[in-house]
Design a protein around this ligand. Structure first.
Ligand SMILES: *[C@@H]1O[C@H](CO)[C@@H](O)[C@H](O)[C@H]1NC(C)=O
Ligand SMILES: *[C@@H]1O[C@H](CO)[C@@H](O)[C@H](O)[C@H]1NC(C)=O
Ligand SMILES: *[C@@H]1O[C@H](CO)[C@@H](O)[C@H](O)[C@H]1NC(C)=O
Length: 360
């Protein structure tokens, strides 16, 4: 009997130690996770019986997904410590106290919240006072007010908005921009611009993935074609190529496909039944992720993902095909990022042709 209970205690303590270890590892690996405090109300309020409300705690692996109005990875009903009159009410997110916090069980991870003080003057984005924790990790909460989808996927019946969003202090806020040089490089050769051929924009930008995953030196050229040996090359600045945070190799490749490749212009001539193709690429540009750590606004940096197209005998066309540049910019305007931990729209910026186009 004694032996059995001793064994039981031993098992129980080793189980909780490994659960703690697992949780600690999950937290350490995921600085971008976040919590949204969500209130939903019925959209059909003609009939009082339809006036249903429900409240949630949403968990996102990647907090930016909440700002992109995506479904949460986990949702849970919060405990509601507040007293209420009547039948129809929303939780008051400021009703938690240290002895009676608002809590939610997020598939085994415990969220708790108390002493939230909004002080009516808080605007969207302002940090609000609150004691918020996800297991033992402290979170900072910000006034939000943005729309999010209904976790029940009942979009037509309920309208939901997140009053607050809470992130880890190690979380970074990020924005993206695409900088493009006002210059083009035209590559001309036989049989290069069909699907899968070397000069095709999708083949060319697909080389980014090859370059990044095989860790080739910066500037390694991938042949596009052309008697003058034209190639595309890539480099990065400030990027840990082994990490998929804040954006992955796939995110960058998809960005090139969606934002740049469709604007590249081709002209095909047939000579003696053979196709002779000219493909006009932007000479170069880069995607930049600007990031600031929430807790320490002095800690900020810019990650850059560059591409360049040049030929042995020329860096750029002597006159740029401006339509290629303006089409890329037009495509980027209104392009909501599909970029990992980066919410919002991508800004497009054109800069005068620079050192890329040193004619000689
Ligand atoms: C959508 O809402 C209605 C009305 O509250 C409910 O009966 C139904 O089960 C909900 N659908 C889902 C998928 O939760
Ligand atoms: C780009 O270059 C073209 C041709 O040289 C020029 O007309 C145009 O104003 C430039 N645009 C920008 C935004 O610099
Ligand atoms: C990335 O991973 C490779 C292979 O595992 C390794 O050789 C390289 O040192 C790593 N680079 C960085 C910056 O961690």
């Amino acid at each position: 009997m004694l032996y059995q209970s001793a064994l039981f205690i031993l098992l129980a303590s080793s189980a909780s130690t490994s659960a703690r270890a697992l949780t600690a590892r999950a937290l350490k690996d995921n600085p971008d996770e976040g919590i949204y405090l969500v209130n939903c109300g019925s959209t059909m309020n003609e009939n009082p019986t339809d006036l249903i409300v429900h409240d949630y705690v949403y968990y996102y692996n990647n907090e930016a997904d909440g700002q992109k109005k995506q479904y949460p990875n986990i949702n849970a009903k919060p405990t509601d410590p507040g007293p209420h009159d009547g039948f129809i009410y929303h939780i008051n997110w400021d009703s938690g106290t240290q002895s009676s916090p608002i809590t939610a069980d997020l598939q085994g991870r415990k969220f708790s919240l108390y002493n939230l003080e909004d002080g009516d003057s808080a605007k969207q984005g302002d940090r609000v006072k609150a004691i918020a924790k996800l297991d033992n990790e402290e979170l900072s909460c910000y006034k939000f007010g943005g729309e999010v989808p209904d976790a029940l996927e009942n979009g037509s019946l309920f309208k939901c908005s997140a009053a607050y969003r809470c992130t880890r202090d190690s979380h970074w806020s990020r924005t993206a921009k695409m900088v493009i040089y006002n210059a083009t490089t035209t590559v001309s050769d036989w049989h290069i611009c069909g699907t899968g051929q070397s000069g095709s924009p999708y083949t060319a930008f697909g080389q980014y993935s090859t370059w990044a995953t095989t860790m080739q030196p910066p500037g390694t050229g991938y042949t596009l074609g052309g008697k003058k040996k034209c190639s595309i090359s890539f480099s990065t600045s400030n990027v840990d190529q082994n990490s998929s945070s804040p954006i992955s190799v796939g995110d960058v490749t998809r960005f090139w496909y969606a934002a740049v490749a469709p604007s590249i212009e081709k002209t095909i001539e047939y000579k003696n039944n053979m196709d002779y193709c000219s493909v006009t690429y932007p000479s170069g540009g880069y995607l930049a992720i600007v990031q600031t750590q929430d807790e320490n606004p002095d800690v900020h940096d810019e990650l850059q993902y560059h591409f360049a197209v040049s030929c042995e005998d020329k860096k750029c066309d002597s006159q740029p095909t401006v339509s290629v540049i303006t089409n890329i910019l037009a495509g980027i305007a209104g392009f909501a990022t599909g970029l990992g931990a980066v919410p919002g729209l991508i800004a497009g910026v054109v800069t005068a042709a620079n050192v890329l186009c040193a004619f000689g």
